[in-house]
Design a binder for this molecule. Structure first.
Ligand code: BGC
Length: 704
């Protein structure tokens, strides 16, 4: 498998090899002092071997751990450190551009946008003089209360995989190491350092691993971060099945496995079972590893393999060639700011819009009340290692004032503080008075980095009580209420959903949040975001309800592959808002499905075409979603599974033909007995729609 370019100079492999041999003999015979591995013209693998053979065992082991956010250098041979920084929504290294939380990026369903974000982040990594980005975070949202749900791309493995590939590819094209994390099944923060996740092989392969597999096989990730938790009895940093069997042997991963910070728990097992780099300090991969090699409990060939992996990536980044220093990247540019704004706009999901109250027609409004704890503060991101410190951060109140402040009277009231369980009387009263005297009310509510962060899960799915009360009371005195949410995961809305006219999910929208929200509310931008995760009606309805958070240090993923909409479909459970849902200010028509050929043999592909028409009056984008249903199968399969999507922009009246190609993988399941992906002959249904519950067109084909 060709995971990496074979020659930095772009020569064909054969030619590069001949040239390398020639140069090696020339250099070694004429001048023993010239360090061959420093010659950028040589074949990369030769440079790695050349350097490796000069290293003492102690030096090799030095390279296998780091301090803080750097690998240990080997000064005698001029091996520098790989310098790292956190992602995945911006660079966590002093100030940098803050992009929307990953769940907001995912809500855009726009792989091209993800590439632009990744490009900007990689440029900023370089501007900070770092080489490696600790992201993207690609764990599946299994538990709706998961503290880090905001940091990843939602509940669906296919959507997560496509976004991951775009992210990883572009970051590495800039010469920055991407580090998809946390491998694997790091789906809750509760007891995250020790919890043992019991998961069957099929759920692993179909739900929790596909994004990592795509990151390696398609994105060619140079590094993968092993998670804190255990999977089926073994810590992820010493999990032979995950690291050696699957990642390295089956998928052909040639980069290095880095531990999450403090996730290493042993010397011999971690070394033998696949960990390459211990971070953030040398505990197990120091003296003890040296001893283990001397006593042959860890073979030196295993150490060599780890060193090769790290050196290989160093060469790819250009660390020996001064390349990282040549291109210094860029920080906080106009272009990066524009990408942050566009990303925030595209991620906003219009959940409900009764009486077409949105977009707000300012010609009909004299006064607007702006109320709530998230109005005057921009909740740009969640908490923990992904928290970015932006150069500026636009609050919704600021964004609104800039956009319409001269045309409409804006009456602001706090209402209650974000964390209040019971709202103080005076603030309350003030908000109601403000709502009464205004033509309409926008309530900015939700959560923040205090509620959603690395290290702990949310305690339940409710908004803080004061905010539920605030919405209820305000909607008693004003009939035109719009609720704007900042959350990184679902919240329950049963108390007030029928009393308000519109609900907008803005996630944690990054530094441009206020501007993007104002653009959406006043129709300067037509919303096109779609939910990357279903919003349940009750926690009791969710697949993880019976097993979360676990008992005696263990949690069983007994729902298997039935995560998110796969579970709601199976149990016929109604959700508050389904996976893939999101409204627009325009309307679209789906017409003319064509599927050809209608019968295929094993290695043939199926083509699907539909016509998509903007039947409304304004320009807008629609995310066309393609789901597959295996009509008859020897094993239980989900009622439908996302296997394609396209975001399409249309002018009013415009029609575009949208095509999809379905490969065998799209109709396969993981067969635990055969230990392989299997597509069974028979009929498959193609379901095309605007959400997982709004299927507009159907068709069929047969696998012969
Ligand atoms: C987090 C990682 C992060 C690392 C370094 C850990 O606690 O789980 O996602 O990259 O810290 O900050």
């Amino acid at each position: 498998m060709n995971l990496y370019p074979k020659s930095k100079s772009g020569l064909s492999t054969g030619l590069a090899l001949i040239l390398s041999i020639f140069l090696i003999s020339l250099y070694s015979s004429q001048n023993g002092k010239i360090l061959l591995y420093k010659n950028p013209e040589l074949f990369m693998e030769n440079r790695v071997e050349e350097l490796l053979k000069r290293m003492t065992l102690e030096e090799k082991i030095t390279l296998l751990s780091g301090k803080g956010f750097e690998t240990n250098p080997v000064e005698r041979l001029g091996i520098p450190s790989i310098r790292m920084c956190d992602g995945p929504v911006g660079v966590r290294w002093d100030k940098s551009t803050c992009f929307p939380s990953s769940i907001g990026m995912a809500a855009s369903w726009d792989t091209e946008l993800i590439s632009r974000i990744g490009w900007a982040i990689a440029r900023e990594v370089k501007a900070k003089g770092r080489h490696m980005l600790l992201g993207p975070c690609i764990n599946i949202n299994r538990v709706p209360m998961g503290g880090r749900n905001f940091e990843s791309f939602g509940e669906d493995p296919y959507l997560t995989s496509r976004l991951t590939v775009s992210y990883v590819k572009i970051v590495q094209e800039q010469g920055v190491i991407a580090t998809p994390k946390h491998y694997a099944c790091n789906n809750q923060e509760w007891e995250r350092h020790s919890i043992n996740v019991k998961v069957d092989e099929r759920a692993l392969r179909e739900i929790y691993l596909p994004a990592f597999q795509s990151a390696v096989e398609e994105g060619r990730a140079w590094s993968i971060m092993a998670a804190y938790n255990k999977v089926n009895g073994f810590h992820c940093t010493e999990n032979n099945h995950l690291l050696n069997d699957i990642l390295k042997n089956e998928w052909g991963f040639e980069g290095f496995v880095v531990s999450d910070w403090g996730a290493t728990h042993s010397t011999i097992n971690a070394a033998n079972f696949g960990l390459d780099l211990e971070m953030p300090e040398r505990i197990y991969f120091g003296e003890d590893l040296l001893k283990a090699v001397k006593s042959v409990e860890v073979k030196e060939s295993i150490i060599d393999d780890k060193v090769r992996r790290i050196l290989r990536v160093m060469f790819l980044v250009g660390l020996f060639d001064g390349k990282s220093n040549l291109d210094r990247g860029a920080l906080d540019t106009k272009e990066h700011r524009e990408i942050a704004l566009q990303a925030a706009r595209e991620g906003v999901v219009l959940l409900k819009n009764e009486r077409k109250i949105l977009p707000i027609n300012i010609e009909k409004m004299k006064s607007i009340a702006v109320i709530g704890p998230n109005a005057a503060i921009n909740r740009h991101g969640g908490g923990g290692s992904s928290a970015v410190s932006p150069f500026y951060s636009i609050s919704p109140l600021e964004g609104l004032k800039k956009k319409i402040g001269n045309d409409v009277e804006i009456n602001y009231s706090l209402g209650c503080k974000l964390e209040d369980e019971i709202s103080p009387k005076e603030l309350f009263i003030d908000a109601v008075t403000t709502a009464k005297k205004s033509d309409m009310v926008i309530i900015f509510t939700g959560l923040s980095n205090q509620f959603e962060s690395e290290g702990f899960d949310r305690k339940d799915l409710n908004l803080p009580e004061c905010q539920n009360e605030l919405i209820e009371k305000i909607s008693e005195v004003n009939k035109n209420v719009v609720v704007v949410l900042n959350t990184g995961s679902p919240v329950l809305m049963n108390r007030w959903i029928d009393k308000v006219s519109a609900v907008v999910e803005a996630w944690y929208p990054g530094q441009e949040g206020g501007n993007a929200i104002a653009d959406i509310l006043f129709g300067y931008y037509n919303p096109s975001g779609k939910l990357p995760v279903a919003f349940p009606l009750r926690w009791e309805d969710c697949p993880a309800y019976l097993t979360y958070p676990g008992k005696d240090g263990e949690t069983s993923y007994s729902e298997g592959i039935f995560v998110g909409y796969r579970y709601f479909d199976k149990k016929n459970i109604k959700t508050l808002f389904p996976f893939g849902h999101g409204l627009s200010y325009t309307t679209v028509e789906y017409n003319n499905i064509e599927i050809f050929p209608d019968a295929i043999s094993d290695d043939e592909v199926v083509n699907v075409k539909i016509d998509l028409k903007n039947s409304g009056k304004i320009e807008g984008a629609e995310v066309v979603q393609l789901y597959i249903r295996d009509v008859e199968s020897s094993v239980e399969r989900p009622f439908k599974e996302l296997k394609g999507f396209k975001k399409v922009n249309l002018k009013p009246g415009e029609t575009k033909t949208i095509s999809f190609t379905l490969e065998r993988k799209a109709i396969s399941f993981y067969d635990e007995i055969r230990k392989d992906w299997v597509a069974e002959p028979g009929e498959f249904e193609v379901l095309i729609g605007s959400s997982s519950q709004d299927i507009r067109l159907k068709g069929k084909f047969v696998l012969k």
